[in-house]
Design a binder for this molecule. Structure first.
Ligand code: GLP
Length: 259
């Protein structure tokens, strides 16, 4: 696992966007796994800027989002579908048919899970998976549990996740109780994984994920087993790390550590 410690959110976002843009140059047909939430917003903003300046061409790229709330449709401002178009896709030259999202209104969510897994396989799997992390260590909507879920599945959202994610809902009572999420197995099959975290509220989950044992109670800890993962963290999010030495300086990132 490689760690990049950025001094602040802006630098974290720039680092992440630069890596994505580099991947697109190396492989214009990149299959990109995408996350939602406040963490990747700055990265998406940077990518849109790069596209405008002609520095990133997404015309051949394919995307798969990680998850969606059950019961929310594309027009719902709190849906991940709406989020992605509003914050990223509308600003890129990506082709609509290459954008893959889970349907939160699917009549048969289990069939929707199967459809999505097949679509990922048909695309040849994910090349680069972007992840955020929940305060409880979840990735996608893979909540802490007794086992690591392998493929796309229906999730009962934890009270903690619903409380934290209520910030995206005008009416807090509307936070759905269920979601569809790709599984940990699907995430771990990605050729490369990039996890981002920036707030001090994530520090505990980050410490557990990097320095704790690999266990499904901290879903992100499974990344320790991935052959090519990078965590881009702000100093705030990294502040709980005990065994990793890093020091601050005025540059965008301080030190790369392989742990
Ligand atoms: C949601 C998403 C996750 C995301 C997490 C963190 O639960 N399903 O993919 O990582 O939120 O959100 P934020 O970035 O807003 O802290």
């Amino acid at each position: 696992m490689e760690l990049i410690i950025a001094k602040d959110y802006r630098e974290m976002s720039r680092q992440a966007a630069t890596l994505v843009a580099a991947h697109i140059i190396v492989n214009p047909r990149l299959v990109l796994g995408l996350a939602t939430g406040s963490t990747p917003l700055g990265t998406y903003e940077e990518l849109v800027k790069m596209k405008k300046k002609g520095m990133a061409d997404f015309s051949l790229a394919t995307t798969f989002n990680l998850d969606e709330y059950i019961g929310l449709g594309p027009k719902d401002r709190a849906s991940y579908h709406y989020f992605m178009f509003h914050n990223l896709f509308n600003g890129l030259n990506i082709r609509r048919e290459n954008i893959n999202l889970l349907n939160g209104l699917a009549k048969d969510p289990k069939a929707e899970c199967r459809r999505y897994e097949k679509a990922i396989q048909k695309a040849g799997g994910i090349d680069l998976q972007i992840l955020g992390i929940g305060q409880n260590g979840h990735i996608g909507f893979n909540e802490p549990s007794e086992v690591f879920p392998t493929v796309a599945h229906i999730v009962d959202l934890s009270e903690e996740t619903r409380r934290v994610n209520a910030k995206f809902f005008k009416d807090k009572k509307r936070v759905p109780t269920q979601a569809i999420s790709v599984g940990i197995g699907t995430i771990m099959k990605a050729k490369e994984i990039m996890l981002l975290a920036n707030t001090k509220e994530k520090a505990e989950a980050i410490t557990e994920a990097i320095e704790g044992p690999v266990r499904p109670q901290v879903p992100a800890s499974v990344l320790q087993l991935h052959p090519k993962s990078v965590m881009i963290l702000t100093e705030q999010a990294a502040k709980g790390l005990k065994h990793i030495f890093y020091k601050s300086n005025k540059f965008s990132y301080i030190e790369k550590k392989v742990v």
